[in-house]
Design a protein around this ligand. Structure first.
Ligand code: SF4
Ligand code: SF4
Length: 206
């Protein structure tokens, strides 16, 4: 028992000389340590809306909602600060490494929990035939950039980058023709693309 008492005495003397470890916040502004993990801040430009961060978030505090009735359809990504445990997994796993960063903001108190979130929205690309979600537009353009010239092997990427180049937000017009080779440059989900090629090659739909 002798040694623990001496250790406590040493700590007490140190605290008397150096002052307490605790800060005087909120009376005195507090400056967190450089590696402090605070509020996650998503970046509209850096995020491509892929949702990889939501897959790894331990408490499930990143909520993804797709609104297909909006014009254009959008994906909303919400970082709920009231559920967040500030583990930093979303920043670590981020596909682009620029989508979300943990800031040193720690004062997140609010009277309403529903106000405690950061949100970004991403335009969705949907299948022009069955209206299934393909991916967020920024995610497809990010993949196209990564692939370089190899991106030209993917019809959806060609069609989408063409729309971007022509600054044309309208989809390639729906020809109301069956899925045949002449409609090859429509933006299609994998299932409809498969039907298109099978129908074209074997004259059947599946
Ligand atoms: S810091 Fe951790 S808990 Fe908070 S949003 Fe990111 S992954 Fe989820
Ligand atoms: S780009 Fe990063 S922050 Fe955005 S959804 Fe993907 S993993 Fe999350």
């Amino acid at each position: 028992m002798k040694y623990p008492k001496l250790r406590e005495l040493k700590e007490a003397i140190k605290a008397l000389i150096l002052g307490p470890y605790t800060t005087k916040f909120p009376n005195v502004p507090h400056c967190p340590f450089p590696r402090f993990r605070g509020k996650p801040v998503p970046d509209e430009k850096g995020c491509i809306g892929c949702g990889a961060c939501a897959e790894v978030c331990p408490p499930g505090s990143i909520l993804i909602t797709d609104n297909l009735t909006a014009k254009p359809p959008v994906r909303s990504l919400k970082w709920r600060h009231d559920f967040c445990i500030f583990c930093g997994q979303c920043e670590r796993i981020c596909t682009t490494k620029e989508g979300v960063k943990l800031s040193n903001e720690f004062n997140l108190a609010d009277l309403k929990r529903d106000n405690m979130f950061s949100e970004i929205k991403k335009e969705l690309v949907i299948c022009s035939e069955c209206k299934e979600i393909i991916a967020p537009k920024d995610q497809i353009l990010y993949v196209a950039k990564k692939l370089g010239v190899q991106a030209y092997s993917n019809i959806n990427i060609i069609a989408l980058t063409q729309q971007e180049l022509l600054d044309n937000s309208e989809e390639i017009p729906d020809s109301s023709q069956p899925l045949r080779r002449q409609t090859a440059f429509k933006i299609l989900c994998p299932k409809c693309r498969h039907q298109q090629w099978v129908f074209d090659d074997y004259n059947k739909t599946s």
